[in-house]
Ligand binder design. Structure first.
Ligand code: SAM
Ligand code: SF4
Length: 317
C-alpha cells in the first residue's frame, strides 16, 4: 500500500515477546523487565489475524523479532502458520542466535526464509560484558546450525560502538571472505536504554570504510543497507546508517509490538492498539496507520534522543 508521501509500505516487523535471555547494555535494563500478564499481550491467533490484515494491504515481507523470539513458546508453530498465509512472500527472523542451535532445522522446515543474527563482538569476554549474560560459543553454534539447516545469505547484525568494537571492524569484514555471510554494521541509536548508554559511544558507519578501505561499493541497497564487498569475497558488507544518513524516504515498514501496538514509525511515540480487534478492524486501523505514517523522524543524535518511548526489546529493532 502506498502511504501519503508515495512510499510503498510492504514490510511489517512483528515483535512476539518483550522477554529476552540476554541484557544487552544498549537495549535492556540490567534487571530485565517484569513479565506482563497473558491478557496484555497478543495471542498467536491475533498475530495471525494481524498478518492476514497486513497482507490484504500489500505487506508481503514479515520479520519476527522480540525481545528474543526464540524464548517464545510455540515460535516454530507460529512461524509455520505465518509462512502458510497466502501473500507472505518472505518470512525472516532477527535473533540473538543463542538458542538457534536447537531449532534452526525446525525453523527452516516451518518455512522461515532468512535469519539475521545479532553479534557485536567476536571476543568471549567482551560478549559477556555487552550482553551481561551471554556465552559467545552459543551464538557461534547457532550460526553453524543455521548454515547446516540450509539457511543461506545469513546476516550478522553488528551494532557499532566506539571504544567497544571499532577495533574489530576488519575481523568482522574478514568473515565475509570465504562464506556467504552478510555482515551489517548498524549505527547505535539513542533509544530507550540506549539513550544513556549511547553518550560518547556513537560512531558513524564511515569508520567501517576507513578501517577497511578495500571495500568496494556495489552501488545498490538491500533495504536500508548500502552494500559493499571485498574484492573476490563470497559475502557482502552492509552499512545501516539511521543516524548519519537519514533514510526515511526509503522506509517501507511498520511495526507491531508484542502488546499489540502498531507503530508506524520507530522514532515516534504514536502507537495504535490492535489487540482484541477483529481482522477487519485490524485492517482498517493498519490502513489508516500506513496512510498517516510520519514522513520524517526529525533530529536524532545523543542530545536529541528518539521519541520512541520504549526500550528496543519492547519494539523489536
Ligand atoms: N533479540 C533479538 C536480537 O538481538 O537480534 C531481536 C530483538 S533486538 C531488539 C533487534 C535488533 O535491534 C538487534 O540487532 C539489536 O542489536 C538492535 N538494537 C537494539 N538496541 C539498539 C540500539 N540502541 N541501537 C541500534 N540497534 C539496536
Ligand atoms: Fe535481547 Fe536482542 Fe535486546 Fe540484546 S538486543 S537485550 S538480545 S532483545
Amino acid at each position: 500500500m502506498i502511504d501519503h508521501c508515495g512510499r510503498d509500505i510492504n514490510y511489517m516487523r512483528i515483535s512476539v515477546t518483550e522477554l529476552c535471555n540476554l541484557r544487552c547494555k544498549y537495549c535492556m535494563p540490567e534487571e530485565g523487565i517484569c513479565k506482563r500478564s497473558h491478557d496484555e499481550m497478543m495471542t498467536a491467533e491475533e498475530t495471525i489475524d494481524a498478518v492476514r490484515a497486513a497482507v490484504s494491504l500489500g505487506i508481503s515481507k514479515i520479520r519476527i523479532t522480540g525481545g528474543e523470539p526464540l524464548v517464545k513458546r510455540g515460535i516454530v508453530q507460529l512461524c509455520k502458520q505465518i509462512a502458510g498465509i497466502d501473500g507472505v512472500r518472505e518470512l525472516c527472523m532477527t535473533t540473538n542466535g543463542t538458542l538457534l542451535a536447537d531449532c534452526a532445522r525446525d525453523l527452516k522446515e516451518a518455512g522461515l526464509d532468512r535469519i539475521n543474527i545479532s553479534l557485536d563482538t567476536l571476543n568471549p569476554q567482551k560478549f559477556r560484558d555487552i550482553t551481561r549474560l551471554g556465552d559467545l560459543q552459543d551464538v557461534f553454534d547457532g550460526i553453524e546450525a543455521a548454515f547446516a539447516a540450509g539457511f543461506d545469505a545469513i546476516k550478522l547484525n553488528v551494532v557499532l560502538m566506539g571504544g567497544f568494537n571499532d577495533d574489530e571492524i576488519a575481523d568482522f569484514v574478514a568473515l565475509t571472505k570465504d562464506r556467504p555471510l552478510e555482515v551489517r554494521f548498524i549505527e547505535l541509536m539513542p533509544i530507550g536504554g540506549g539513550i544513556d548508554f549511547d553518550k560518547g559511544k556513537f560512531i558513524s558507519c564511515k569508520r567501517v570504510l576507513e578501517a577497511v578501505p578495500e571495500l568496494v561499493s556495489l552501488d545498490l541497497a538491500d533495504g536500508v543497507a548500502a552494500m559493499y564487498q571485498l574484492p573476490g569475497a563470497k559475502g557482502r558488507v552492509g552499512l545501516i546508517r539511521p543516524i548519519s544518513c537519514e533514510f526515511c524516504g526509503d522506509c517501507n515498514k511498520i511495526r507491531l509490538t508484542a502488546d499489540g501496538m502498531l507503530k508506524p514509525c520507530l522514532h515516534s511515540d504514536v502507537e495504535i492498539s490492535i489487540r482484541g480487534k477483529s481482522q477487519a478492524e485490524m485492517q482498517e486501523i493498519m490502513r489508516q496507520a500506513i496512510l498517516d505514517k510520519p514522513q520524517m523522524r526529525g533530529m536524532l543524535d545523543a542530545d536529541n534522543p528518539s521519541h520512541a518511548g520504549r526500550d528496543m526489546n519492547r519494539i523489536g529493532g
